[in-house]
Design a protein around this ligand. Sequence first.
Ligand SMILES: Cc1cc2nc3c(=O)[nH]c(=O)nc-3n(C[C@H](O)[C@H](O)[C@H](O)COP(=O)(O)OP(=O)(O)OC[C@H]3O[C@@H](n4cnc5c(N)ncnc54)[C@H](O)[C@@H]3O)c2cc1C
Length: 327
Amino acid sequence: MTPAILVIGELREDKPTDASREAAGVARRLVGDAPVMGLLIGSPVEPAAAGWCRDGVDTVRWLAEPPAGGRLAGALVPSLLALLSEGSIELVLLPSTGFGRELAGALAARWDAGAATGVTAITRTAEGWEVRRPVFGGRATETRILSGPRAVVALRPRSFPAPEPREAPAAAAVQAVVAPGPWAAGPTRIGSEPVVSGGGPALGDAPIVVAGGRGVGSSDQFRLIEELAGALDAAVGASRAVTDAGWRPASLQVGQTGRTVTPQLYIAVGISGAIQHVVGMIGSRVIVAINSDPSAPIFKVADYGIVGDLLQIVPALTAEIRRVRGR
Ligand SMILES: Cc1cc2nc3c(=O)[nH]c(=O)nc-3n(C[C@H](O)[C@H](O)[C@H](O)COP(=O)(O)OP(=O)(O)OC[C@H]3O[C@@H](n4cnc5c(N)ncnc54)[C@H](O)[C@@H]3O)c2cc1C
């Protein structure tokens, strides 16, 4: 029998994120013509639902964010369980973002389901859902079967193609429904710290990331990284050496104890390539390294390498990109 799938999407600027669109496309591919239910968390915006339907979902539910708690996964789980109890959902797909991973674990525990995060491939087999995901910093790939009757799978952003838009679905299919509360007593946000993105696109979503390391030399000189990122409309990232030195905030840190990013292009400038950094960016499609030391480990994972002084190379690169882009 064709499985029933629920896709949980995230909104940014009132639109489903690229990772949410990819998840809708994966669900559509898994079920063929069978229905796919979508759930968007945030304020209900009809055009967002309509666009998402063209990506692969058939019906869209809305779940308002808890009024006081913000986007805390644990606070959403009771409403999700109520929604799941309505039908015969076997599989929940969602983006493997920080929020998605948190929600996947919280939901799977309460729904009594198998769970996998960071998944880069999923297929249906006779034994259950077969999922694949990189482990040990991308050095190996794990294949696992989620054999129970229910599964929650978080899909790694940019590991699946953007869905081909379908014909506009029937009007009824895009009717938004607010899932019922009430918000259960659960986690409460007791404080928050603004995420500093470095001025450009958000680090987790950006198709291009320019990251700087200790080799940049100083907080002042780190503006070279920001200028190159600006010329490319890229997000700014940093190694831990940079954030520990206080040159830039911890929210820009990429790596084991920072963010995991999977952009189309990752430019590592003055970064040695310590394994703790590499695990956070090894999933990037193309890696370019700029480093004065030809034996720096970063070159082992780079697709393209430039050996030289970043203080000369980066300004020249920025100027050339601005010239080519007419800026
Ligand atoms: C438990 C744990 C967790 C960690 N988590 C993280 C993490 O999440 N993210 C992270 O990044 N690190 C993490 N680290 C730290 C990590 O081990 C490295 O110390 C750190 O990544 C080094 O940062 P870096 O490459 O910027 O600096 P360095 O290793 O000092 O490298 C600087 C590089 O710049 C090059 N360079 C110098 N001058 C120039 C120039 N003028 N032009 C071009 N190149 C130049 C040098 O050749 C060198 O390769 C962690 C460590 C531990 C123990």
